[in-house]
Unconditional design. Structure first.
Length: 142
């Protein structure tokens, strides 16, 4: 079955006539996928070892996203702890540095439960930053 050429709106780091290699992270196979472009139009995709690979490669060269993990300071009484946090879903890579600046400035007071929203809608992405662990009391040992 023949498909019409698909025009790809690429991020600014991609050259129009090129082969782009992408390391897929959607499954344990970690395939190296090659996306072939001619004059900015998708020519072919090869090397994907599962059905999710092609979709991942196309997304990676157009609008790459990542899940961001970090820590936030939590004050419980006179003690302070580092709470591991992550974005509840991947966010665009272009927002990573801005999101880290917001996370770095965030301070919490009192107990926090795993799954609690620490920062709602980080950088206007529609994605929340959530706690990955509970800090329940003043005598909590991390």
């Amino acid at each position: 079955m023949h498909q019409e050429p698909q025009e790809i709106k690429m991020n600014k780091n991609v050259i129009n006539n090129t082969d782009i290699k992408v390391c897929c992270t959607t499954c344990p196979k970690e395939c190296v996928i090659t996306v072939h472009l001619k004059k900015g139009v998708l020519d072919s995709v090869e090397g994907e070892g599962c059905k999710r690979g092609k979709k991942f490669a196309l997304k990676e060269i157009t609008t790459p996203e990542r899940t961001l993990t970090s820590t936030v300071m939590v004050e419980c009484g006179d003690k302070a702890y580092l709470l591991p946090v992550k974005t509840a879903a991947p966010i665009p890579k272009k927002y990573m540095a801005l999101a880290m600046n917001v996370i770095r400035k965030t301070r919490l007071i009192g107990p926090c439960l795993m799954g609690d929203v620490v920062i709602p809608n980080i950088c206007g992405t529609g994605v929340d930053v959530v706690a990955c662990r509970s800090i329940k009391e003043e005598n909590h040992a991390c």
